[in-house]
Ligand binder design. Structure first.
Ligand code: NAP
Ligand code: HSE
Length: 431
């Protein structure tokens, strides 16, 4: 057993800075927690000349070779983000016998399988708790504590930026752009916030969670994603009048006909536990056959919450090292379950329309829905303009394919001026 474990941090942005801070703050605790001191021996950044407050600049380098060729480095903490060069660096670190801890969901959702195989070949740990839901423990609980369950469903809010934006729009009447700027300033958003806003970040996270939950590989390309950029203040108001809030919801279900996995904005009843998950908080529901329901809740993004998850993994690596059992838990995907096409999944919908104010309009619209097996659950007409009216429908559970055919037919009808919003609705919405 070494008396000092040396780590390298790749990236010193929001998360890397949090990791550096926790390592300094916990300095005196490590000998008790891991039986050794923990020391940062290199920090890799893109721009080594940039001054970084509170950081020992003698550790900073912009050369990967300084890290990978340093035989004293035991653990590489990758918090740079993106696919390349992160993928190459992680792979090379593992091939050099270094354990890796990463927060990189983009990479794990696409290339997790091959990187976990490389880790296994070299008897190394590759841990990624921070890649999903920031500071909330969810990967380790699913891989370990819930390992005796058949997990059949996961549903959650797993993007802090969009949850923060929707909360500010709902509670403070803030404009979308203003709320996004605030989320970016607070360090929640990705380097390119499109990944957050368009649901891609949540799509990557649900791919990782589904793979672990169902023991079958689900990649990001299997996930249907829709973001929140088209949600308007008007939709939020309608949701409220219907007793709901709008949230960006990621779901994965293991059904008899395959895995259903998607990220979409959704009307959630105000009574649902996810409705009160606000700001940058995340929450994940898990249903297992033995466990029944469990909910994991906490900070899903930000400097210290994310660094907390990273450092939990680092401590786990150190403990594995102390007992010579690194690589103990690798890839858990031992099944090959098909992923269902989105058009075969069933949903309930909110549809906001602008319709011609003429006799026969509603009959024609209703007949188009019913002709496609889509049943109208609720209808509200509140606003009239000269010649047309705003009418919203709640459409009962129907296959996506049939619903979209109805929308295409409606869009081609002269009765229908516009369909500004289509948002999925949670099954539990009350009439
Ligand atoms: P960030 O603030 O943009 O920081 C990125 C850091 O990586 C910067 O220090 C940058 O160097 C460095 N870097 C980027 N490309 C590099 C390269 N090619 N070579 C060397 N260094 C490079 O990012 P972040 O928000 O900390 O996120 C880091 C990772 O954590 C991402 O995978 C992200 O998805 C994940 N994550 C973030 C959060 C969050 O709340 N922010 C939460 C969970 C997971 P310079 O400083 O020189 O530019
Ligand atoms: N951009 C991500 C979010 C960071 O907003 O949730 C955490 O992965």
């Amino acid at each position: 057993m070494k008396d000092k474990i040396k780590v390298a941090i790749l990236g010193l942005g929001t998360v890397g800075t949090g990791v550096y801070k926790i390592i300094q703050n916990q300095k005196n605790e490590f000998p008790n927690k891991i039986g050794a001191e923990l020391e940062v021996s290199k920090i890799l950044v893109r721009n080594a000349k940039k001054s970084r407050e509170g950081v020992d600049m003698s550790l900073v380098t912009d050369k990967w070779e300084d890290v990978v060729n340093d035989g004293d480095i035991d653990i590489v903490i990758e918090v740079m983000g993106g696919i390349e060069p992160a993928k190459t660096y992680i792979s090379e670190a593992l091939c050099h016998g270094k354990h890796v801890v990463t927060a990189n969901k983009d990479l794990m959702a696409e290339h997790g399988h091959e990187l976990l195989e490389t880790a296994s070949e070299h008897k190394c740990d590759l841990l990624f708790e921070a890649a999903v839901a920031g500071g909330i423990p969810i990967i380790r609980p699913m891989k370990q504590c819930l390992a005796a369950n058949n997990i059949t469903e996961i549903m959650g809010i797993i993007n802090g930026t969009t949850n923060f934006i929707l909360t500010k729009m709902t509670e403070d009447g803030m404009e979308f752009d203003e709320a996004l700027k605030l989320a970016t300033d607070l360090g929640y958003a990705e380097a390119d916030p499109t990944a957050d806003i368009e649901g891609l970040d949540a799509g990557r996270k649900i791919a990782i969670l589904a793979s672990i939950a169902f023991n079958s590989r689900v990649t990001f390309s299997d996930v249907y994603t829709e973001g929140i950029s088209k949600i308007t203040a008007k939709d939020i108001k309608y949701a409220s009048e219907l007793g709901c809030v709008i949230k960006l919801i990621a779901t994965a279900k293991n059904t008899e006909s395959g895995i259903e996995v998607r990220v979409t904005p959704m009307f959630i009843p105000k009574s649902h536990p996810l409705a009160s998950v606000n700001d940058s908080f995340n929450a994940v529901f898990v249903h297992g056959d033995a466990l029944d329901d469990a909910m994991f809740y906490g900070r899903g993004a930000g400097e210290l919450p994310t660094a907390s998850a990273i450092m939990g993994d680092v401590i786990d690596v150190c403990r594995n090292t102390a007992f010579g059992c690194n690589g103990r838990i690798g890839c858990t995907c031992y099944k090959d379950i098909p992923v269902k096409a989105m058009e075969d999944i069933e949903s309930k919908y909110f549809v906001r329309t602008l319709l011609e104010d003429k006799p026969g309009t509603l009959a024609a619209v209703a007949s188009t829905f019913s002709g496609n097996n889509a049943s109208i659950d609720q209808m509200v007409q509140k606003t009239k303009f000269p010649g047309y009216a705003e009418v919203v429908f709640i459409i009962d559970t129907v296959k996506e394919q049939l619903f979209h055919r109805a929308i295409m037919e409606l869009s081609a009808m002269h009765y229908v001026k516009e369909i500004p919003s289509i948002i999925r609705v949670h099954n539990d919405i009350r009439n």
